[in-house]
Design a protein around this ligand. Sequence first.
Ligand SMILES: Cc1cc2nc3c(=O)[nH]c(=O)nc-3n(C[C@H](O)[C@H](O)[C@H](O)COP(=O)(O)OP(=O)(O)OC[C@H]3O[C@@H](n4cnc5c(N)ncnc54)[C@H](O)[C@@H]3O)c2cc1C
Ligand code: SF4
Length: 421
Amino acid sequence: MEIKSLPVIDKKNYQYEASRCLACYDPPCVEACPASVPIPRFIRALNSGNIDYAADLVRGVNPMISICGEVCPAEDYCMDACTRNALDKPVEIRRLHKFATDYGAVPNEEIPYETNLDKRVAIVGGGPAGLTCAAFLWKSGVGVTVYEIAKNLGGVPSNEIPEFRLAADKMEADVGAIRKLGIEWKLGENIEHPSALLKDYDAVFLSTGLPEGKGLNIPGEGNERVYSALEFLRKAKHSPDGIYVGDKVVVIGGGNVSLDVASTAHRLGAEEVHLVYRRGVKEIKIWESELREAMNAGVIIHYLCFPKEFIIENNELKGLRCGRNELSDELDSSNRRKPIPLDDSYDFLLPCDTAIVSIGLKSESITDRFVPENIKEYKSKEKGIFIGGDLITGEGTVVEAVRQGKEAAGVIVEYLKGGKW
Ligand SMILES: Cc1cc2nc3c(=O)[nH]c(=O)nc-3n(C[C@H](O)[C@H](O)[C@H](O)COP(=O)(O)OP(=O)(O)OC[C@H]3O[C@@H](n4cnc5c(N)ncnc54)[C@H](O)[C@@H]3O)c2cc1C
Ligand code: SF4
């Protein structure tokens, strides 16, 4: 089944789409956008043909303007809340956001709001949360240094979101704009002991994301043809020639990341891509954009199945033995029906040349040391160290990381001005 791409919004039709906005008095879309983009205002600017001002309005609250224009799951945020849902269909807010980003002018220079704070903050992690926090701290007149373990900035959008969904030039547009600010960059620096930074800085913001994949803990997982999702996506993005997928690929998991993995495997040449998911069709939580790409790639989804064992012969991956589940009437903590394994007689084999495990992400050592059970105002377990982004929310979104980076910057400025811990 082919799911058609959405029609493009271009210079010929953007004002028509902008004119569909009802300019609600108390706009629910703004409430639903984690970055609080002033949606009716920027759409009004577009409607009157002022594209530069529209882009300024979005950029002013969301420095990841270009990334969000491409990959923000607006169907769960602004567009889900659009008043026009009750009349016909929502205004295409994300595509108008993207149009403003693509055609609006980029400012040459930004000036900090105030420069008399005389304080320094270290940011650990240069992903969307860290970069947003860095930009807003710098604009408040704070000296900022960003420490990033990778050689490039941008976190997951730079290194793992596939190029076919987020092109390098879109990524560079946002990172490049932040690089122009007067921030100090320390790339290739692995910060293992963030507390030590408090000797040289007045505060630290930890936004190291979720860099580790959860494991299945089943026989054969250590084989070299069994990848973790992040490792696979990173290799596919930065060194695709060095990765062999073969004809048949099995992906284990059922979220957006798994669909990115499955579509990437297809683009790398796999003829058959199978996705093994433990729950049913109603329980799968995926974004429309991800599903569109995966369906067009012909990904075969096996619902109500789970992995039991990778079959390895002479050190070569031959397949995955799967069991089958049924759904109980009981709900689990995610409010979805619990999968219950059926007996071994229902097992089946999925032959494969490569397998990718994509059952979730974690960051054990940082979480254990710094993340308290109840987080208040982005404060970690240690005074002076603030935390935010996926590290505290679990697998989130770029725009949610933006919200956190921005709010955390506000809390940190208050702390630097002598506020209580
Ligand atoms: C495959 C995939 C696809 C996704 N697709 C979408 C999408 O389409 N739309 C969307 O909105 N969201 C998407 N997301 C989610 C989104 O990318 C994340 O929610 C967002 O990147 C979180 O930002 P962050 O800054 O908290 O963490 P990250 O982006 O993970 O950034 C953390 C940074 O910290 C660095 N770091 C880690 N440890 C250290 C250390 N010890 N020292 C120094 N630096 C360190 C890392 O290298 C990284 O650069 C996707 C996620 C994945 C994995
Ligand atoms: S950032 Fe996302 S949620 Fe906010 S207006 Fe843009 S598309 Fe909508």
